[in-house]
Design a protein around this ligand. Structure first.
Ligand SMILES: NC(=O)c1ccc[n+]([C@@H]2O[C@H](COP(=O)([O-])OP(=O)(O)OC[C@H]3O[C@@H](n4cnc5c(N)ncnc54)[C@H](O)[C@@H]3O)[C@@H](O)[C@H]2O)c1
Length: 433
């Protein structure tokens, strides 16, 4: 099938290359000409495990192309995915300007029947507006489909190739059939296609992300209470996770969730609730707890140093909002580092994949170390912010030799307190005694 994917970011690149991998002819479109020129040269703008190989092999086999020419991409394609960004506006609502601009451009380009799919995360009603905008520009027949994406960064290719479910929102059987054909190669293990009306499909995505964010905030709040009452949140987490009614995913306490989805999507759903006079009280609490979590971490550092961070030097391990991605959008590391800088601290940071992104955020305001050990030279404390695999079992003897003071603030509870105490470190975890 000929497919166009408009918006060549984290989602568009994965969607485009995975559909190419299953034999389709895919063109990925972006209005960022530098990004497209780089992709044409084989320079992949993001880090996502497995993605580079997938892009390279599909480009080589001529099933995957990149262009800025939306019109010709639309004309050659039967299915067109809109995968542009939907960032937060100051009110908390999703900014739909890119989705709407693309919808109008698709309408103008249309010369035959097309299925236009909203893959971007969009508030309820957006796909209907996409239909109206296209209608204004064309008399051609077309269908719109809501097909939210559930991949997680860090395992995006894997998730797309083996989805738990495919959600389709449409209002007649024809586009559902076409989409079913497209997704069939990914559903051979029996994961379902769930077809609903368009509004319901749009809602599923926000409900899913909000629920996952709620689990994290719930666990963070429990961890705060564990600290107050002298309980160990790690045992509480395991106790909860072993309950088959609860499950163990997304229960890890830490410095708060970040990234381009959870903060933005919870805010957008809160905003939708306000618009429809249905306050999302749980989500408001989820957001408030999350906003406080990085502050609590900084507070712990400040307390340890008795309120004075002037001249203190901290080695920060991890900048990306989570492991296995370079993405720093809304990353807790930003909130933490900004606060420490404002209190007079010096920061040296290291991240396996997000160094370039970190330089864009902080410029010369912090130092960037060539590896995680150099990051700790002369440090008064180590701050573990992102739980990369490479940080899990470091050589603590070597670390001890490098640091000025032997203090570790573990924002993800990846180290064993007893072990670190026995090595002579002062250790602070989250929600632990
Ligand atoms: N990142 C994730 O893990 C994830 C997961 C599921 C869903 N989503 C949703 O998918 C959407 C895209 O997210 P992302 O992380 O890929 O964003 P992104 O910012 O990485 O990519 C968006 C791309 O769209 C391009 N673009 C913007 N306006 C355009 C236009 N008018 N014409 C052509 N291209 C345009 C940008 O240049 C950019 O390359 C968002 O709605 C997001 O909420 C993201």
């Amino acid at each position: 099938m000929n497919i166009a994917v408009i918006g060549t970011g984290y989602v568009g690149l994965v969607v485009g290359s995975c559909f190419a991998e299953s034999g389709n002819d895919v063109v990925c479109v972006d209005n960022n000409s530098e990004k497209i020129a780089n992709l044409e040269k084989g320079i992949i703008p993001i880090y996502e495990p497995g993605l580079t190989d997938l892009i390279e092999s599909n480009v080589r086999d001529q099933r995957l192309n990149f262009t800025t020419d939306l019109q010709s991409a639309v004309r050659r394609s039967k299915v067109i995915f809109i995968a542009v960004g939907t960032p937060t506006t100051p009110s908390g609502a999703a900014d739909l300007s890119a989705v709407y601009a693309v919808a109008s451009a698709i309408g103008k380009a249309m010369d035959d029947y097309k299925v236009v799919v909203t893959k971007s995360t969009v508030p309820v009603g957006t796909t209907e507006t996409v239909r109206k905008l296209i209608c204004k520009e064309t008399h051609q027949a077309f269908d719109v489909v809501s097909n939210p994406e559930f991949l997680k960064q860090g395992a995006a290719v894997e998730d797309f190739m083996r989805p738990d479910r495919i959600v389709l929102g449409c209002d007649n059987p024809k586009p559902a059939e076409i989409m079913g054909e497209l997704y069939a190669p990914f559903l051979r293990t029996g994961s379902p296609i769930q077809v609903s009306d368009i509004r319901t499909a749009e809602m599923v995505k926000y409900a899913a992300n909000s629920f996952l964010a709620a689990r994290i905030s719930f666990m963070n709040e429990i961890s705060n209470l564990c600290e107050a009452v002298g309980a160990d949140v790690e045992m509480v987490r395991k106790g909860l996770g072993a309950d088959s009614r609860i499950g163990s995913a997304f229960l890890f306490p830490g410095v708060g969730y970040g990234g381009s989805c959870f903060p933005k999507d919870t805010r957008a759903l809160i905003q939708t609730g306000r618009e429809y006079s249905t306050p999302m009280r749980i989500l408001e609490a989820v957001e408030a707890v999350n906003n406080d979590q990085a502050n609590r971490f900084v507070h712990r550092v400040v307390n340890h140093f008795e309120g004075d961070l002037q001249g203190k030097r901290f080695g920060v391990w991890g900048l990306a909002f989570k492991p296995r991605t370079n993405d720093m959008r809304d990353a807790p590391s930003i909130r933490i580092i900004e606060q420490l800088l404002s209190k007079g601290a010096t920061i040296s940071a290291y991240d396996p994949e997000a160094m370039e992104d970190g330089k864009k955020v902080f410029g010369s305001r912090i130092e960037f170390a060539p590896n995680n050990y150099e990051c700790l030279v002369g440090a008064d404390a180590m701050l573990l912010v992102t739980e990369w695999q490479a940080f899990r079992n470091p050589n603590f003897e070597r670390i001890k030799d490098l640091m000025r003071q032997h203090v570790i603030f573990d924002g993800r509870n990846i180290y064993e307190a007893g072990h670190l105490h026995s090595l002579g470190f002062q250790y602070y975890g989250i929600g632990r005694k």
